[in-house]
Design a protein around this ligand. Structure first.
Ligand SMILES: Cc1ncc(COP(=O)(O)O)c(C=O)c1O
Length: 377
């Protein structure tokens, strides 16, 4: 059988993946699944799936209107339900937008370091990515000069992750002004992935929380229940589209009609419970951040400054390569992501999840501290 170049030619595991598979960790600091992290999910969550109205199939390409209206309220009324599209995940949202904006072989700009799935998602839609750098010494601000050099006539969209994963840094108001100017001048729509936007740790007014309601340039805002409500298994994402794109995006949506009726009917109730879940998860990330700071204080590693998100970035001494640091942590029972997983431009970083239960997290970061001491003796 011949396979498309959209899927990899070789599916061989990397050295690190083989190591991890052979030695399950005691403490998983790559945890990104909140449903297995011991949070208290409110009663009423599963009951919301039992709406008998879901027994009748009445598909609407954009999604069930009351669900879209609840999402519009979740966005503080800054966007109309008419511009909201329900999808079965943020990944599907990206896929629809690549279909909407790109010819096969066109390109999209993605941030670096960032969410590792972009290349795969783009490749699946026959699209190529160019990574624009974020500047470490400037709080991971967008390198606009580099971005403009990377833009070609085939560049059809600019992806922004706000706050960025894994650096946990938000877009700043001065960046938004430049972004608006570049987007308008180059006629480049912006795709703003805001799945972590409720997880800020600072109330600095210079941080841009959301591009929903932005009208100076074309923006598609992506979000879903996965992070804000801690409900990735419910598979409900959404796109807030600019007015001019609504009709054609609806044409794509009409070909898929993807979100199941019980989930659409439950969405309003789950959104009502979302602020409580966000707050519970956010509070834990802050407790764990404090524990990581304490454990690493006075060590040869340091936590990079951040403003939110679900993880922290640890800068490690360069006596070992990232891969070897991660293997050394694994020897102590701790699994962490190496920086290269997120395409950091330099070594050595490890990315640790702030989701685990605080007791386990504290033990894990103490093991990291011990590893550092042993390796530097
Ligand atoms: C930046 C970013 N966007 C999207 C997602 C995934 O969202 P979904 O579960 O809705 O596909 C993740 C998951 O970690 C993420 O980090």
């Amino acid at each position: 059988m011949r396979f498309s170049s959209r899927v990899p030619g070789s599916l061989e595991l990397s050295r690190l993946a083989r190591l991890i598979a052979a030695r399950p960790a005691q403490w998983d600091l790559t945890l990104s699944n909140p449903t297995i992290a011991g949070f208290d999910y409110p009663a009423g969550l599963p009951e919301a799936l039992a709406d008998p109205g879901a027994l009748k199939y009445e598909p609407d390409a954009r999604g069930w209107l009351p669900a879209r209206e609840a999402i519009a309220r979740h966005h503080g009324g800054r966007v109309s339900a008419q511009r909201i599209f329900l999808t079965s995940s943020t990944s599907e949202s990206y896929s629809w937008l690549f279909k909407l904006l790109c010819e096969p072989g066109d390109r999209v700009l993605v941030p670096r370091p960032s969410y590792p799935l972009f290349e795969c998602l783009a490749q699946l839609d026959g699209v190529a990515v160019d990574q624009y750098p974020l500047i470490e010494r400037m709080d991971w601000a967008i390198d606009f000069e580099a971005l403009e050099q990377l833009a070609t006539p085939r560049t059809r969209a600019l992806i922004l992750v706000n706050p960025n994963n894994p650096t946990g840094t938000f877009l700043k108001s001065w960046e938004l002004e430049r972004l608006a100017e570049v987007s308008r001048r180059r006629q480049l729509p912006v795709i703003s992935d805001e799945v972590f936007s409720g997880y800020g740790w600072s109330d600095d007014p210079a941080l841009v929380r959301s591009l929903a309601g932005e009208t100076r340039f074309p923006v598609f805002v992506l979000n879903g229940l996965s992070k804000p409500a801690g409900l990735p298994q419910m598979k409900l994402g959404w796109i807030v589209a600019p007015e001019e794109a609504v009709a054609r995006l609806e044409w794509i949506a009409d070909a898929y009609l993807p979100v199941s009726a019980p989930v659409q009917r439950a969405a309003a109730e789950w959104l009502r419970l979302t602020p409580g879940m966000t707050e519970q998860i956010r509070a834990r990330t802050l407790v764990n951040l404090g524990a990581a700071r304490e454990a690493l204080a006075g060590s040869a590693a340091r936590l990079l400054p951040a403003e939110g998100g679900w993880c922290a970035v640890v800068e490690l001494p360069k006596v070992l390569r990232e891969e070897d640091w991660v293997a050394a942590f694994l020897d102590k029972g701790v699994l962490a992501h190496p920086g290269f997983f997120f395409d950091f431009e330099r070594e050595a970083f490890a990315v640790i999840s702030l989701l685990p239960a605080p007791g386990a997290f504290r033990e894990a970061v103490n093991q990291i501290r011990l590893t550092l001491i042993e390796r530097l003796l």
